[in-house]
Design a protein around this ligand. Structure first.
Ligand code: FMN
Length: 178
């Protein structure tokens, strides 16, 4: 498999951008930790399950294994700088300081980023090894909509995409997708 071709083809699938967060309380000091993730999907409504796919080398992986819980913040287009920072890119605020992001705790104590479009709080149901990534299946314990009703941050062809014009069209197919 040619990695460039794999990336080029898969990058034609536009996604939103999330930050997966967890509260690391090792040594009695609570530290919020986050990483940018677009490999996010709804999975099941009953029971409510979502998944995020995290690379084996990502520093959040052992933290998630320890905490056993996480939250997903769905970024608005204004969240681009946070997306860069939580992906380890150049940033004004250091990533060690949670990228300077404002947050509040979810019902299960996980960090929810202020100004996100929506949040999903999960208990880690199980992990599935999948090549160079690990699928994290989360059992949803709480979810909520933010005050921000703006546009989402999008990711396409390895760059951010902003919605300039949008029209909503009634769905003709069977609306069974969650
Ligand atoms: C828009 C965007 C989406 C990303 N999606 C994922 C993803 O779904 N899974 C993943 O493991 N890494 C993803 N990354 C990369 C990680 O965010 C990045 O490698 C990680 O935060 C680096 O931190 P670390 O070196 O501390 O592990 C994405 C990066 C960006 C910019």
């Amino acid at each position: 498999m040619d990695p460039d071709r794999y990336r080029a083809v898969l990058s034609r699938f536009v996604t939103g951008v999330t930050v997966v967060t967890t509260l690391d309380d090792r040594d009695g000091v609570a530290r919020p930790f986050g990483t940018t993730v677009n490999a996010f999907s709804s999975v099941s409504l009953d029971p409510p399950l979502i998944l995020v796919t995290i690379g084996r080398e990502r520093s959040i992986l052992p933290v998630l294994a320890r905490t056993g819980r996480f939250a997903v913040s769905i970024l608005a287009e204004e969240g681009q700088a946070l997306s860069d920072c939580f992906a380890g890119g150049p940033s004004v605020a250091p990533r060690e300081d949670f990228c300077g992001a404002r947050w509040h705790p979810s019902v299960n104590g996980q960090p929810l980023l202020a100004d996100a479009l929506a949040w999903i709080s999960c208990e880690l149901e199980r992990t599935i090894e999948a090549g160079d990534h690990t699928i994290h299946l989360g059992r949803v314990v709480d979810l909520s909509l933010g005050q921000n009703e703006g546009w989402p941050l999008l990711y396409w062809r390895r760059q951010y995409l902003r919605i300039e014009h949008a029209a909503s069209v009634a769905l003709q197919g069977k609306p069974d997708a969650t």
